[in-house]
Structure formats: C-alpha cells, structure tokens
Write a protein that binds this ligand. Structure first.
Ligand code: GLN
Length: 502
C-alpha cells in the first residue's frame, strides 16, 4: 500500500508523481484533507486555494500524460507566506490596510513555483508586514505551535513553519528580515534557510526593510530545502539586488563531505544566562554529533554581536542596530499605504490629509505604528546622525567581525532562539522582550550572509530546539551539506506533533 502523503518528503512526492504512482489530483486531494482537518487547531492559513490547486493538479496530470518535460517541483504542494504576491489571490501581509488587495501580478518566486510545476495550496499567516517574532501581530488570526497549542509558532513566518510542522504542506516559502524564517522553523521543529542577500529575487515581496529582506524555503529536510531553493534562486532583472551568479546544483551539493570542516563557536553567543539550559544542552549534543562526523570546532569572536546580561536583562548592539535600520526602512516603505492605491480606505469624511491619516490609523496595527514612529524619528533631522548613520556604522562592524571569522572557520555554529517556543501572550505586551528573542538571528541579516536552522532536539516539555549554521556569502551549498549530514545521523526531523487527525 502507498504510504500516507504526510510521511513523504517533497522530493518523494514528486518522484511518486513522475513514476505515475500517484496523480497530482490524488496528492492535492489528500493534502487538503490533512490541511482542513488540522487548520482549526493550528490556524496556519489566511487563504486556502483549494479550487485553484485542484484545477492546477488536473493540468499537471494532463501535462505528464502528454509526455511533456516536467519541472523540479512537479506535483508538490507548496504554501506561500502572505507577503508574497500571487496574481488573482489576496495578499494581505496579515494587515487590515491590505484587506481586499488582490495583486495583478505574481512575485518572481511564485512564477518560479509555477514554472517548476508546483501546486500552490494557500497563503500563510504571519506577523503584520513581517514585524514580529510570534505571529501574534497578525490582524486576522492566531497561529498555534503544532507541538503545543498554548504556544506561539514563532514569527514572522509562523504560518509557513506551523504548516510544514503539522504536515499541512511539505514545502513553504517565508521571508527573513531578522530571523523570520529561521526562528519559526526552529520553534516548530522544521528546517528554514535564509539565503544570502541577493540570492533570491524580492520582486513581488511586499517590502519591510529592503536592505535585509530575503525570501527562503522551509521544509522538513535539508534535501527538500535544497530543492526549493534551487527552484526559486534563478536570476531576475526586476530586482536590482538579485545576483547574476549561476544557481548551483543545491541538491547535488547535499552529498559534499563535511569531514575536515571547521565550525566557529562565537563565545559571545554562549554566555551564562543568555541561553536556556535545555537549549544549551541540545546544542552541546549536536556539537558532539558533528565532531563524530569529523568537524572541528574552534572558538571565535563576534564582538559586535555580543550579548550582555545584567540583572537577568539581556541587551545587544546587534538588536539595537537592527531595530533602528529596519524601522527606518519600514517607515519609508510603508509610506505608500495611503488609502488611494491599495486596500483599505477610511469611510470617514474629511480632506485628503485627514483621509490619509484616518486610513493609516485604522489600517495599521499597534506594532506597525510603533515601528513607523521609531523609524521616522530615527530618520528625522537632528537625530539622523545619532541613530541612523551610527547604526549603519555598527552594521559595518558586525560585517567585519564575520569577515575575520571566515579567515579561521568554514561555518559559524550558533543557537537560533534563546528559549523554546514561549506561551501565547507571554511577550505580547513587552516589545523589548519580543525584540530580544531575535538576538541570535539578526547578525546574519545585517551581514547579508546565509543561515540555516536545523531541528536538534526537544525540551523536557516536548518543544523543538534548533541549531543555526551561518555561512559566507553564496555558501548555501555548504550549509545544506552540513544540515543534510546531521539529519542522516539524527531523527529529530522525523518526529511529528500529535494533532487531531495526526
Ligand atoms: N522578529 C524580527 C522583527 O520583528 C524579524 C522579522 C523578520 O525577519 N521579518 O523585525
């Protein structure tokens, strides 16, 4: 008998389709049966595209029957974060201000999914405009962690991570500005990769902080992550920051040997009081596993990504620098939501300035307003030098720290998140505590390098814990090979959360 769909990797689903063991229609029908059964418990999707997906599946079945050449993602269901434009399908960024906005075009990555014969099954929940670390900032719904429904799934790509963890989709796209792919992937026990800045076109990604934003894959295995990255990475002239470099064969790169590599351990990340004990223990075990695979570990220093602990309170230059730069860029990027061009417009009467201000007052949530105000302040005359310019200099120092590290090591080994998933509501009223949960992920964005989050254990409460590997610019191949080697020797990624219908 055929294995249930949820036990198959994306790669295995494609192969079963190409070998004609399963039709695309049967794959998509089974996927929606799982999705519908679990959506009530998890709340991962803002839009479910069942009709479109079934029509697409039938078209793929005909294409295969006609003997046509099939794409890399043939027949694989994929979920897409709701800040990535899909032609004819609502794209809201989980914001009231974009309620009812239906893009007239597809993002580059969506075009790529279609060209590679994937089946898009829906749009996933997120923190409004990707601002947040728990998906609680969504204007529309709460997403729950499939491992413990009283806890957050992480954010801002919480819907994508929860969907993959709950087997509601084998693959998903997210976006990562300060950790939004890696952190939710880590807290939900799946793999998430932030590509090097410029590796994947941002055309059609709703901008948050343009110098940091990258789209990337979430999946259960390194192999599936490689497959999806390969599909979305081809060059695109519509994003001027997108590289001309050839797309490596990421799937083939999985088999590259890792024995003899050196991983750097940043002393600044492993300090007393900075990391939950159980997270520290899981990382220590992962380190031993890598050592057994022939990897050497070496202490390194990333002084400007340092974390300070005083009276139990954490602080970090990188967090301060990130929250000045990303709010400044967001205040500029979000100026376009004026009630004229997109989505929501206030019904109240008044002149045009009142209309703008009412529209923005009604349409944006609290966190988005906070960031627009912080960013506008950081850019205002008299404060620009003290905040924005200075943060730019700190960013340069953070980059230089990594450049020095690459003289000694191949990859950097780090935590993803200081603790496992926290409880719903626990940090919702404390923006600073929420910002500090990004302490280990934002340096990677500031430096523009690539990073991956890989499941590496569970806490005593049964919550997933993850390790992070960071690599030089354009070194995704090595990240994937290192993640793959680890997954061959461990089975954390094979465990599934217990859910109704699971
Ligand atoms: N949690 C970070 C923030 O709130 C990162 C968000 C992201 O990567 N999109 O900005």
């Amino acid at each position: 008998m055929a294995k249930p769909l949820e036990e198959l990797t994306a790669t295995a689903i494609r192969d079963a389709f190409l070998r004609r063991e399963r039709s695309a229609r049967s794959i998509v029908e089974e996927q929606f049966a799982i999705l519908k059964e679990r959506e009530v418990a998890v709340g991962a999707f803002l839009t479910v595209m069942q009709e479109e997906a079934l029509a697409r599946a039938d078209a793929l079945d005909r294409k295969l029957a006609d003997g046509a050449q099939m794409g890399k993602l043939a027949g694989i269901p994929v979920a897409v974060k709701d800040n990535i434009c899909t032609r004819g399908v609502a794209t809201t960024c989980a914001s009231r201000i974009l309620e009812g906005y239906v893009p007239p075009y597809d993002a580059h990555v969506v075009e790529r999914l279609i060209e590679e014969d994937a089946v898009i099954i829906g749009k996933t929940n997120m923190d409004e405009f990707a601002m947040g670390s728990s998906t609680e900032n969504s204007a529309f719904k709460l997403t729950r962690n499939p491992w413990d429904r009283e806890r957050i799934p992480g954010g801002s790509s919480g819907g994508s991570a929860a969907a993959v963890a709950a087997r509601m989709a084998p693959l998903a796209l997210g976006s990562d500005t300060g950790g939004s792919i890696r952190q939710p992937a880590g807290l939900c026990g799946v793999v998430g990769l932030k590509p090097t800045y410029g590796r994947v076109s941002r055309y059609g990604l709703v901008a948050f902080a343009s110098s940091l934003d990258q789209i990337g894959p979430l999946a259960r295995t390194a192999g599936d992550t490689a497959l999806l990255l390969e599909a979305i990475a081809p060059r695109d002239g519509r994003d001027s920051t997108c590289t001309d470099r050839e797309v490596p064969d990421y799937v083939e790169a999985l088999e590259q040997p890792i024995s003899g590599l050196t991983f750097g351990l940043p002393g600044e990340f492993f300090i007393e009081g900075g990391l939950d004990r159980e997270v520290a223990r899981a990382l220590e075990q992962a380190r031993r596993c890598y050592e057994a695979l022939g990897v050497r570990f070496r202490d390194i220093s990333l002084p400007h990504s340092r974390i300070d602990v005083e009276d139990g309170q954490l602080s970090s230059y990188a967090v301060a620098c990130y929250y000045i730069l990303c709010t400044a860029e967001a205040s500029s990027n979000l100026a376009r939501y004026d009630g004229v061009r997109y989505g929501h417009r206030s019904d109240e009467r008044g002149d045009i300035i009142e209309m703008y201000s009412r529209t923005r007052g009604e349409g944006f949530g609290e966190e988005v307003k906070r960031r627009i105000m912080l960013g506008t302040h950081a850019l205002s005359s008299g404060y620009y030098d003290a905040y924005y310019l200075r943060a730019g200099r700190v960013r340069r120092l953070i980059q230089s720290d990594f450049e020095r590290a690459w003289e000694q090591v191949d990859l950097v080994f780090a935590p993803v998140s200081p603790t496992p998933a926290f409880r719903i509501g626990e940090k919702a009223d404390d923006p600073l505590a929420m910002y500090l949960s990004d302490i280990f992920t934002i340096s990677c964005n500031l430096a523009g390098i690539c990073g991956i989050s890989v499941p590496c254990g569970f806490s005593s409460e049964g919550l997933p814990v993850a390790l992070q590997l960071m690599g030089r610019h354009w070194d995704e191949e090595r990240l994937l090979a290192a993640a793959h080697a680890y997954q061959i020797h461990t089975d954390w990624h094979k465990r599934a959360p217990a859910l109704e219908g699971g």
